[in-house]
Design a protein around this ligand. Structure first.
Ligand code: PGA
Ligand code: ZN
Length: 405
C-alpha cells in the first residue's frame, strides 16, 4: 500500500477562514482526504500554523504556501512510503523540518489523510485502524452550552460552560438530554432578559451576563429544570486574562490562589467536575499548587498548559501540574505525536480529553480518534453547526453500528 501522491487544497473553515485539505492517493487506487482545524484562543507553545500574511487575501490568513508545501515538498517526501506505517511517514516529515518548516496545517493534513487512506485500503473503520488492537470505547461528550471569552466577543472572561451527561446508557441518550438542557438554557436566559447575541464560534449561546458565576448558575438551573443528570465542566482559558502575573477577572485582580478560591466554591455549589486551563499556560507553580489543592476532587485539564506536547506533559507529570490533558492534534502536528501524548498521559494516570478547535471543518476524523484513544471525554463544542455535528453524528454511528460489531 504505497503512497502514490498527495495534493492539497485551500478550503474554508467554520469561521470562513482558509484551512488546508490534503488528499492522498495510494498505489491500489484508494484515495482519502483530511481537513485541518484552527484555534482562536491558541496557546503560545502550539506548533505554528503557516499563514500567507498577504493582507489582500483573507486578512492575511490565506494558506496557499501551506498548500504548496504539501504539493511540492511533503508529497514528494512521503511518496513511495507504506501508508500503513504512520510513524515512519510522520517521522519523515518531522526529520525534514516538521511544522516549523512546512506549517502544522500542512503536516497534520498529510498525517491524517495518510491514516485515512491506509484504513480505507484495509477496509477498516478509521477508529479501529488507529487503535491498532488497543481497547477502544466511545467517550462521553463534554458539550458546550454557553460561550464567552474569545469565542463570544469577550462577553464573559471564561470561555466555555459545558455539560457532561452522566449515567446515561449511551452517547445517543446523553446527547438527547443535552439537547434539552441547551434549549432550556436558551429559554432561561431569555426569561432573565438576557440578550442572546447569536451563536458563538462553537455553536453555544453567547449571552451578555453580569458575571461568570451567573453563567454557571443558569446552566445548573437549566439542568435541574429538565431533570437531566449532568455535571458541569468549565474551560476558563485563563491565559487570555492573565497579565503580569495576575488574573484580571470581573474588575478584580486575582493571583493563582485567588483563582483556586473562586473555583473551589463552585465545585459543590454547581456540580463542577472538570476545569480546563484554570490557570495560565506558563504558571507552572500555580498549577502545581492548584493540583495539590483540588486535584483529588476535580479534573484539572491542561490545554494551553500542555499544547499536546509530550515534553510539556512530561514536565507536568514531574511537577504534579494538572491531572488531565486536552488533546488537539494541530497543537503538535502529527498523529504519531498525538498518540505519544495519549500514551504518556495514560501511563501517568492522567485523564484524556480529545478536543476540536473553535475553527473546524466537516471532517469527522476527531470522532474516530477519540474512540481509538479510548478518551475519557470528547469536546467538540455545542450540538449545533454542522462542523460540530459531523463529529457527533460520526460518534453516534460508531456507537450504533461499529464498535460492538
Ligand atoms: P480554540 O478553543 O480552538 O479557540 O483554542 C478551544 C479550547 O480552548 O479548548
Ligand atoms: Zn481550552
Amino acid at each position: 500500500m504505497k503512497i502514490q501522491g498527495v495534493r492539497a487544497l485551500e478550503i474554508l473553515d467554520s469561521r470562513g477562514n482558509p484551512t488546508v485539505q490534503a488528499e492522498v492517493g495510494l498505489s491500489d487506487g484508494t484515495r482519502a482526504k483530511a481537513q485541518v482545524p484552527s484555534g482562536a484562543s491558541t496557546g503560545r507553545h502550539e506548533a505554528p500554523e503557516l499563514r500567507d500574511g498577504d493582507p489582500l487575501r483573507y486578512g492575511g490568513k490565506g494558506v496557499r504556501q501551506a498548500v504548496r508545501n504539501v504539493d511540492e515538498l511533503l508529497g514528494p517526501l512521503v511518496q513511495g512510503m507504506d501508508a500503513s506505517n504512520q510513524s515512519a511517514v510522520d517521522n519523515r516529515m518531522l526529520e525534514n523540518g516538521g511544522s516549523n518548516r512546512f506549517g502544522a496545517n500542512a503536516v497534520l493534513a498529510v498525517s491524517c489523510a495518510v491514516a485515512r487512506a491506509a484504513a480505507a485500503s484495509l477496509r477498516l473503520p478509521l477508529w479501529r485502524y488507529l487503535a491498532a488492537g488497543r481497547d477502544c470505547h466511545v467517550p462521553v461528550p463534554m458539550v458546550n452550552i454557553i460561550s464567552g471569552g474569545l469565542h463570544a466577543g469577550r462577553n464573559l472572561e471564561f470561555q466555555d460552560f459545558l455539560v457532561i451527561p452522566t449515567g446515561y446508557p449511551s452517547v445517543a441518550d446523553g446527547l438527547e438530554a443535552v439537547a434539552g438542557v441547551r434549549r432550556e438554557t436558551g429559554r432561561l436566559l431569555l426569561e432573565q432578559g438576557c440578550v442572546l447575541t447569536g451563536v458563538a464560534d462553537e455553536g453555544g449561546w453567547g449571552p451578555r451576563l453580569n458575571s461568570n458565576e451567573e453563567a454557571v448558575s443558569s446552566l445548573r438551573e437549566a439542568i435541574e429544570r429538565t431533570a437531566a443528570k449532568m455535571d458541569i465542566a468549565l474551560d476558563v482559558a485563563s491565559t487570555h486574562f492573565y497579565t503580569d502575573g495576575a488574573y484580571m477577572l470581573e474588575g478584580q485582580t486575582l493571583d493563582a490562589a485567588g483563582m483556586g478560591d473562586l473555583l473551589e466554591t463552585w465545585l459543590d455549589r454547581y456540580g463542577v467536575t472538570s476545569i480546563e486551563d484554570a490557570l495560565a499556560e506558563d504558571d507552572w507553580d500555580g498549577w502545581t499548587a492548584l493540583t495539590r489543592r483540588l486535584g483529588s476532587k476535580v479534573k484539572l485539564v491542561g490545554d494551553d498548559l500542555f499544547t499536546t506536547d509530550p515534553d510539556r506533559l512530561d514536565r507536568g507529570i514531574r511537577e504534579g501540574a494538572a491531572n488531565s490533558v486536552l488533546v488537539k492534534m494541530n497543537q503538535i502536528g502529527t498523529l504519531t505525536q498525538t498518540f505519544e501524548v495519549v500514551a504518556k498521559a495514560r501511563a501517568a494516570g492522567y485523564g484524556v480529553v480529545v478536543s476540536a478547535r473553535s475553527g473546524e471543518t466537516e471532517d469527522s476524523f476527531l470522532a474516530d480518534l477519540a474512540v481509538a484513544c479510548a478518551a475519557d471525554h470528547i469536546k467538540i463544542g455545542s450540538i449545533t453547526r454542522s462542523e460540530r455535528l459531523a463529529k457527533y453524528n460520526r460518534l453516534l454511528e460508531i456507537e450504533r453500528f461499529e464498535i460492538s460489531a
